[in-house]
Design a protein around this ligand. Sequence first.
Ligand SMILES: CC(C)(COP(=O)(O)OP(=O)(O)OC[C@H]1O[C@@H](n2cnc3c(N)ncnc32)[C@H](O)[C@@H]1OP(=O)(O)O)[C@@H](O)C(=O)NCCC(=O)NCCS
Length: 158
Amino acid sequence: MNVLEKKVADSTSEMTQLVLPNDTNMLQHLLGGTLMHWIDLIGAIVANRHCRQPIVTASMERINFLRPIPLGHLVILKGRIQYAGKTSMEVGVEVFSENPLSGERSHTSQAILTYVAVDFDGRPMPVPKLILSSDEEKTRFDNAVKRKAARLNQNQAL
Ligand SMILES: CC(C)(COP(=O)(O)OP(=O)(O)OC[C@H]1O[C@@H](n2cnc3c(N)ncnc32)[C@H](O)[C@@H]1OP(=O)(O)O)[C@@H](O)C(=O)NCCC(=O)NCCS
């Protein structure tokens, strides 16, 4: 039986990675492309847990790299769903780096991604509605609605 509504907490997810030598640039900092891959993975895990169907990434936007992440540090990626439309889901991802010796954490990146649930022929499929349980979740949802409208306008202009 398909679930018609789900809470944000039902799909909120966290993933930890370790920055290895092969993931770094000449400054021994994590490569931006590798971090974008991990951001897409945590976003996809969240979207899939919300809809329990195949999903595709429709857009990655507002990716900010605020601080470099050094070799040997841990990378903690936290994803949560912010909006569910008819077939699309917007996921917000926050990234933190953790010094493995001191445990000190800093906020290093943030991103917003949209996923679309599809069938095995790639056709968009309906997703469960989002139950908003707090004022913060309502604000995030409202902001996502505004972003979606702006995105549609922008795409039409293009
Ligand atoms: C994403 C995709 C399925 C949308 O298909 P489509 O036929 O354009 O579907 P629609 O126009 O009916 O839009 C479906 C939903 O996607 C959203 N959407 C479509 N393009 C989007 C984009 N570029 N960014 C954000 N959302 C988008 C629409 O707003 C709509 O949301 P809603 O149903 O919640 O209102 C299709 O463009 C696709 O398959 N793209 C390639 C995906 C891919 O290969 N990703 C990388 C590998 S996973």
